[in-house]
Design a protein around this ligand. Structure first.
Ligand SMILES: [Fe+2]
Length: 349
């Protein structure tokens, strides 16, 4: 008795074969298929990874695999099945391969793209695998040559041979939860992971960028929020919160002590960390945290902070950091609030 396993889209090729019964597969093998493991003597599989894996599980003997995608499943001696969104791998017999180039012509653009992604992932993962051998690397090299020639079926067969030696790697590993949780097709999940890897150095660089903003925050007002909103655009914000001693040196004793001011600032959206700045001079902290940016209102070009600004510029030169100056928020000033409160308190005495 010969069983032919195919999908709805590959059923049309069944006329080319002699068989006694047919099984149409529309999803990867599950526990139900596993329960029928090794119950078939003679199995032909026409299709992609899910069809071939289903046939491998059902068959006692090596199946005849006719791949219609570039999954490489026809070359491996294991099959994947899913149980409750969990993926399992079981050892099976390596299929006998039958190549039918014509069957690949009717692949949809989407399936073709996902299929190529699967093939490329197999090639890359095998190449960088810690289990790579001289033989697997030679196979990978041949697979790459076939990709360059546009022979994707040959490339996928070779890629399948390579992963038979090395196994798949972290790209497949990361992709499976995307398929399990969101139902994203295998090749598309691989594409998402590969894209994330490609973006990673850029993202990581951006993530690491830090922005230093010094403040007293005795009274938090819209001017502070303007500075924070602007600073956020450049990276992770480190607030250099002036200590009580530092505030005293140029404004007088703060109304709110350091620890309370720290708690308030730490709870403002977008702040990464708050560190003490123990003098009006930023130099010590700037040299310690080496931020890519320092953000300040443009009101410090003149007056008491002019010299501080010069020092910030000088320090940033050390690693090509930049000073970003945000237009001063008109109509609100901590100094004015402070003066008003001091006046009121004096009046009430
Ligand atoms: Fe794959």
């Amino acid at each position: 008795m010969t069983l032919l396993v195919c999908s709805a889209s590959t059923k049309k090729y069944s006329i080319d074969f002699d068989y006694d019964k047919i099984l149409i597969v529309d999803s990867p093998p599950n526990k139900e298929i596993l329960n029928k493991k090794g119950t078939e003597d003679d199995v032909i599989a026409i299709g992609g990874g899910s069809v071939i894996d289903t046939a491998k599980i059902l068959s006692k003997e090596p199946i005849m695999a006719v791949p219609t995608t570039f999954s490489g499943a026809s070359q491996t001696s294991h099959a994947v099945y899913w149980d409750n969104k969990k993926k399992f791998n079981i050892k099976r017999k390596k299929p006998r391969l039958l190549l039918k180039q014509d069957y690949l012509k009717s692949l949809s653009q989407e399936t073709l793209l996902y299929s190529k992604m699967d093939c490329l992932s197999h090639i890359m993962e095998s190449f960088i695998s810690p289990r790579a051998t001289i033989e697997s690397n030679q196979i990978v090299q041949k697979a790459v040559e076939e990709v360059h020639k546009g022979n994707w079926l040959e490339a996928s067969i070779l890629a399948g041979d390579a992963i038979e030696i090395t196994g798949t790697g972290f790209v497949h590993g990361f992709s499976y939860p995307l398929t399990a949780k969101y139902g994203i097709p295998h090749g598309a999940s691989l594409g998402i992971v590969l894209n994330a890897i490609e973006q990673y150095p850029k993202i990581e660089k951006d993530i690491r960028k830090t922005v230093y903003v010094a403040m007293v925050a005795d009274f938090v007002h819209v001017g502070h929020i303007n500075i924070i909103e602007n600073a956020k655009k450049y990276g992770k914000i480190i607030i250099g919160l002036l200590t009580d001693e530092a505030v005293k040196s140029y404004k007088g004793t703060p109304f709110c002590p350091f620890e309370k001011r720290k708690r308030i600032v730490e709870n403002i959206k977008g702040i990464w960390k708050v560190v003490p700045q123990d003098s009006l001079d930023y130099t010590k902290n700037i040299l310690k945290y080496k931020p890519e940016y320092v953000v300040h209102g443009d009101d410090w070009k003149q007056g008491v902070q002019k010299e501080v600004r010069e020092k910030v510029l000088k320090s940033l030169e050390g690693w090509g950091g930049r000073l970003i100056e945000i237009p001063y928020t008109e109509g609100i000033s901590s100094t004015d609030v402070r003066k008003y409160l001091t006046y009121k308190m004096e009046e009430e005495k």
